[in-house]
Write a new protein. Structure first.
Lengths: 160, 175
């Protein structure tokens, strides 16, 4: 909520300043904003519905039962897959992770789950491809998976 | 017709939702609730971000951005990129159009990869949650390791992908 207020204030202020300085430039800017919005909308709607479906089918207690404290490498694998597919707003990620740990999920498993949730997006992959091209999009997602796995490994060694 | 075609995935999912509703109404209700909430969140957050990106596109000169995020900006570029990514709010897909714009304005690939990585690792508004839920040790490991990893990934990616190669896909253009 605070985020939105700050964002809107900043955008309004800059828009105002820009309009006073150069009406034409401002018009061009707004037109390109609108085109960007229109281009991403179909993908975004699909992503939202996909995530809604995934989150209502996979409840925290169900996820915890897959990635419990003793689930080991298999648990890591499951959480990597679930985390890569799903996509939740970032401010929900850590409270969700906390809920999972309280439900009995292991810390390294939750670590890889949260990290992939935020950095890997199979749901957004088609959108990322349109933006950067296929090869870069795949490479970036793979590097994010590697980072998440290494991060989980460090957590495993250091904190359990 | 072409506009409709772009929504094909959405319609397939909608079909899936009806299938779920037919089998279990409670889950379908929950899906509708979750989905409409995140769509509202998105419609709320996205417009100001896109307006800012559009304005940036018109006003910021290429030379200025090259100074901050170009190939020769070194440690300055790291800090600037980090600052840009960490104050931002919202999921990663919002970062894509921003990254493309930076790229267009002459930012080097290294900082673009670092920008996307930092966006998904360090965000000041979210940091509070991580800190309170998982403690300082966990948070520090996450941030430090993430940033170092993505910096080196950036250097690696820069060797593979040229700036021009990534810019073939300009989303501000009509598709």
């Amino acid at each position: 909520m605070i985020n939105a207020i700050v964002l809107y204030s900043i955008a309004t202020i800059y828009l105002g300043v820009s309009f006073i300085k150069d009406k034409h430039k401002t018009k061009v800017a707004l037109w390109s904003s609108w085109k960007m919005f229109r281009n991403v909308l179909p993908d975004l709607l699909a992503i939202m519905l996909f995530v809604g479906l995934a989150l209502s089918l996979l409840t925290p207690s169900l996820i915890s039962s897959f990635i419990g404290g003793n689930s080991g490498l298999l648990g890591i694998l499951y959480s990597t897959i679930i985390g890569s597919i799903a996509l939740v707003p970032s401010f929900i990620v850590f409270p969700l992770g906390h809920t999972l740990v309280q439900n009995g999920a292991g810390l390294p498993q939750v670590a890889v789950f949260m990290s992939t949730l935020m950095s890997v997006g199979l749901a957004t992959l088609s959108m990322e491809q349109k933006t950067f091209g296929r090869s870069f999009a795949y490479a970036r997602n793979i590097s994010a998976i590697i980072m998440s796995l290494l991060f989980a490994l460090i957590i495993w060694v250091v904190m359990t | 017709m072409t506009t409709l075609k772009r929504y094909w995935f959405f319609f397939i999912l909608l079909l899936g939702l009806f299938l779920v509703a037919w089998m279990n109404q409670a889950i379908a209700m929950k899906t509708v609730q979750l989905t409409s909430k995140s769509i509202l969140d998105m419609l709320f957050l996205l417009p100001p971000v896109f307006v800012l990106v559009g304005l940036l596109d018109q006003w910021v000169k290429k030379e200025t951005l090259i100074r901050f995020m170009g190939g020769k900006s070194s440690i300055y570029g790291v800090f600037f990129t980090l600052l840009l990514a960490s104050v931002a709010a919202g999921p990663l897909y919002i970062a894509f159009p921003i990254a493309v714009l930076l790229l267009k304005k002459g930012a080097s690939v290294r900082y673009i990869v670092f920008f996307l990585g930092a966006w998904s690792t360090v965000k000041l508004p979210v940091l509070v949650y991580e800190f309170t839920s998982f403690g300082s040790k966990f948070t520090l490991i996450h941030i430090c390791f993430g940033l170092v990893f993505y910096y080196f990934t950036g250097i690696l990616f820069e060797k593979i992908y040229g700036q021009q190669k990534l810019l073939k896909h300009d989303i501000t253009k009509e598709t």
